[in-house]
Design a protein around this ligand. Structure first.
Ligand code: 5GP
Ligand code: ZN
Length: 114
């Protein structure tokens, strides 16, 4: 989608600090980190959010989560652990409408989340 921020990051039309890429996903550092390590994993295919995923794209979700695991490993979060977050809709504070999984780590995380 031409007017989608994250599609433009996939297309390299908007710069980002890319930390991981394969045929299905791209991962890059969040521009406004909420933890010492904060990356976003997105499918290359435009999907607005987790709620818009079609059954045929179930494999894509697997790719996003597997990549999130690989990104956490690559960024050194495997020992301390990390949190994966997918925000959906206004109550969750979703602000970019291209599915993304936050990978957060480098500090203890509170529970319940805010
Ligand atoms: P959401 O609030 O939709 O779950 O998460 C969107 C995330 O995208 C936010 O954490 C925000 O900081 C990040 N973000 C927004 N614009 C940009 C950008 O242009 N580049 C990068 N790298 N991250 C962005
Ligand atoms: Zn998009």
């Amino acid at each position: 989608m031409a007017d989608c921020l994250f599609c433009n990051i996939v297309a390299r039309k908007i710069p980002a600090q890319i930390v991981f890429e394969n045929d299905h996903v791209v991962a890059f550092k969040d521009i406004r980190p909420m933890a010492p390590t904060h990356a976003l994993v997105i499918p290359k295919k435009h999907v607005a959010g987790i709620h818009e995923i079609e059954a045929e794209d179930a494999g894509l979700l697997g790719q996003v989560l597997l990549a999130a695991r690989d990104v956490a490993e690559k960024l050194g979060l495997n020992n301390g652990g990390y949190r994966l977050v997918i925000n959906q809709g206004p109550d969750a504070g979703q602000s970019v409408f291209h599915l993304h999984c936050h990978v957060l780590g480098g500090r203890p995380m509170a529970w319940p989340p805010g």
